[in-house]
Design a binder for this molecule. Structure first.
Ligand code: F6P
Length: 320
């Protein structure tokens, strides 16, 4: 019988995490389950930093970016001793289960707790859209809008100055945010971790396009592939076209969640309580074909690298 649960957000924040917390709190209150919020993710779990949650506390957060519980990247949680402390803290407070909202690192922590017989449920919250077992993660669509708006602005100025603009986009090792914002923003060139990056080929293509009359262009590239400032210098040197690089950075993580993320978060939050009531522990929630579903959390860990739709590369190449 589940009487008391806790919720935490961990890893990089994402717009819509608050909406998920709100949904979890409201659903558990309606089901007469007591709920605590853990501050600052797994760090707060080990430090025993928890607050009581109720409907009033979460009544004005659905539209707010970030996570009002706070978050952290707490690598010490990989140590079994730390997890033992976390479990003891939860047991002392008579917590029956834990819901975690975050990305792959967060899931790895939950999976380990689960293996130590503490019931956990995972909800995917990250702008990277890199969690397997779900078509979309909470926050991804908001970040996509933010990136497309940034690309639109860069296109305006690159068009006026007849320049090449490079825009570096987050995503860690997943190209979803880059490729979809490139399609929506009409980027002339796209480079993601799933594609082969060949600087010389890129420069050759830009030179060809300039020859056929191209005056300006936007290049979308995922972070961690190369030094975009150096790439800009190299393109400028070889093409004789002014080139500027913009790193969008943490701008992509903030902002009010778009409606899609609020709805996704609300659906997933509700579903997490349903799973707990059915005693389905060790699960992670996803959306597939617009249905909220779940998998075993170790399924998601096992296939950590999400499948990339190869067809997208063909589409993006065809659009230029
Ligand atoms: O996982 C979300 C993310 O924003 C990634 O896209 C990025 O690589 C990373 O977090 C940045 O982490 P931090 O905020 O710790 O610098």
């Amino acid at each position: 019988m589940i009487k008391k649960i806790a919720v935490l957000t961990s890893g990089g924040d994402s717009p819509g995490m608050n909406a998920a917390i709100r949904s979890i709190v409201q659903t558990s209150c309606n089901k007469k389950i007591k709920i605590l919020g853990v501050l600052d993710g797994y760090l707060g779990l080990c430090k025993n930093k928890m607050i009581k949650l109720n409907k009033n506390i979460v009544s004005n957060i659905i539209n707010r970016g970030g996570t009002f519980l706070g978050t952290a990247r707490y690598l010490n949680f990989l140590k079994k001793n730390e997890r033992k402390i976390a479990i003891q803290n939860m047991k002392n407070r008579k917590i029956d289960a834990l819901i975690v909202i975050g990305g792959n690192g967060t899931y790895a922590g939950a999976n380990k707790l689960n293996k130590m017989n503490f019931p956990c449920i995972g909800i995917p919250g990250t702008i990277d859209n890199d969690v397997s077992g779900t078509d979309f993660t909470i926050g991804y669509h908001t970040a996509l809008e933010t990136v497309v708006q940034a690309i639109d602005r860069l296109r305006d100025t690159s068009c006026s100055h007849k320049r090449i603009s490079i825009v570096e986009i987050m995503g860690r090792y997943c190209g979803d945010l880059t490729i979809f914002s490139a399609i929506a923003g009409g980027c002339e060139y796209v480079i993601t971790p799933e594609m082969k990056y060949d600087k010389n080929k890129l420069i050759k293509k830009i030179k060809q396009d300039i020859k056929t009359g191209k005056k300006n262009a936007v290049i979308a590239i995922t972070e961690k592939i190369c030094d975009v400032k150096k790439l800009a210098k190299s393109i400028e040197f070889h093409t004789k076209r002014e080139t500027r690089a913009t790193i969008l950075g943490h701008i992509q993580r903030g902002g009010a969640p778009v409606a899609f993320d609020r709805i996704l978060a609300s659906r997933m939050g509700f579903y997490s309580i349903e799973l707990l009531l059915q005693k389905k522990f060790g699960k992670c929630i996803g959306i597939q074909d617009n249905k909220i579903i779940h998998h075993n959390i170790n399924y998601s860990i096992k296939f950590m690298k999400k499948k990339f739709q190869k067809k997208l590369i063909e589409i993006v190449n065809n659009l230029n």
